[in-house]
Design a protein around this ligand. Sequence first.
Ligand code: NAG
Ligand code: NAG
Ligand code: NAG
Ligand code: NAG
Ligand code: NAG
Ligand code: NAG
Length: 435
Amino acid sequence: MASLKLWFPAAIALSTTYLANPVRSLDNGVARLPILGYNTWNAYQCDIDEDLMLSTAKLMKDLGLQDAGYNFVNIDDCYAEKNRTANGDIVEDKVRFKGGMKALNKKIHDLGFKTGIYSDSGWFTCAGYPGSYGNELRDATTFSNWGFDYLKYDNCAIPYDEITRVGIVGRYQRMTDALAEVAKTRTQPLVFSLCEWGWNQVWLWGASLGHSWRTTGDIAPKWDSLANIINFNSFITQATDFSGRNDLDMLQLGNGGLTYEESKSHFTAWALMRSPLFIGTNLSAITPDILGILTNKEILAINQDPDVGKSISPFRWGINPDWTSNNTHPAQYWSGPSSYGTVFMLLNTLDTSATLSFNLTESPWIRAGRQYSVRDLWAHTDNGTAVRSITVPRVPPHGVVALLLKDVGDEPSGISPACSVWWQCIDRNGTHVGG
Ligand SMILES: *[C@@H]1O[C@H](CO)[C@@H](O)[C@H](O)[C@H]1NC(C)=O
Ligand SMILES: *[C@@H]1O[C@H](CO)[C@@H](O)[C@H](O)[C@H]1NC(C)=O
Ligand SMILES: *[C@@H]1O[C@H](CO)[C@@H](O)[C@H](O)[C@H]1NC(C)=O
Ligand SMILES: *[C@@H]1O[C@H](CO)[C@@H](O)[C@H](O)[C@H]1NC(C)=O
Ligand SMILES: *[C@@H]1O[C@H](CO)[C@@H](O)[C@H](O)[C@H]1NC(C)=O
Ligand SMILES: *[C@@H]1O[C@H](CO)[C@@H](O)[C@H](O)[C@H]1NC(C)=O
């Protein structure tokens, strides 16, 4: 009973906070659109230094990635000394970042990029460096003074409950508040990227605290990992819009783990689900094929659509019944709105080549009785006009089809059946005509 009594006032206080602050997007002038850039973790883990950061920025420029829109160069874990200074400040590793973060940021900014840094909502980062719990404002100030534009915030080394008296939401709220405070001294706030691995249904609360939130654990460069992430996110696409979005984790293209077709599927799904796009592979080893995928202008344009912020969503699961959650065989038929037209993604989740086919009006973004021009976003060709349905033969194993459909007027008259949803069709005289 004693513990119940203790529990009640806290619960009431918390729910009052929620009522006073209904979930809304963190629309504070930055990251309205998904951020595109590079992050060091997946390729380098702790093996990072200032030369790597600078050479990565130069490579992004030389490879045309900056021109394609990848304009953030982000440091992940392991940049700091293990101990704070006597004053309590985080300090950069004196050997690997000997010139200091401020000077490094200046050089990278001079190349036309923005920069991102990393910390953690607990005592330590995941690799054991200082975390920001209890030092949120101090660290946000440090990151801002160093010249960073972006903070990724991890979820390792959580203090005891009797110390925090809040859950994961409260721990992230502390840094949101600190960043808001620091923003008063800057021309623009830092972008805030929540890396809480999908805990406690972050898609329900993340939008009020940050610009993106990780919905799953870390990605691995293999098809199973992609299929798992796509399946999971297929059920929460509504959480994504301007200023706040599901973060599907880094792009793992070009390190040998994925086939060319899988790499195309990876990029298509991430971009059209409007995820942030951070390249996580070794740029020195990147091939022209992979570079071609990463710089697909037509697909990037939809990811960066200034007027429509929504993700694509499945309209039919395909080989599995609708709403099946299956880690290896996610939904196959997806569509979504964009200001350029209705975008479709067809995924062949099988290990063999397959024919994929759909009726246009299965997508809620398509009008019945109209015909549509078809743009193939990978072949970069106009593929004629679609009436009623589209069939794509021979989609390779784990391959993808990305199409943009534009309304080009009424469909030809006299098409049978008279309704695309035939079973509901009724003549004006009351006779049911649909089979
Ligand atoms: C870092 O801090 C720990 C814990 O306070 C202390 O034991 C250690 O000696 C410090 N290391 C250095 C290099 O100052
Ligand atoms: C990155 O790729 C280059 C070129 O292939 C190679 O020399 C280097 O060892 C790679 N670095 C890592 C960390 O894989
Ligand atoms: C996932 O879907 C595939 C294709 O229908 C099926 O073969 C497999 O058994 C399913 N996996 C699970 C765990 O149900
Ligand atoms: C597509 O339309 C045809 C013709 O009306 C109908 O027979 C078929 O069941 C539809 N398929 C789907 C998946 O809705
Ligand atoms: C569109 O046309 C191009 C060029 O003929 C072809 O390579 C591509 O496979 C077509 N796309 C679809 C979805 O049929
Ligand atoms: C009602 O419409 C149906 C379907 O077009 C037609 O077959 C039938 O003759 C019509 N009935 C009358 C009374 O007009």
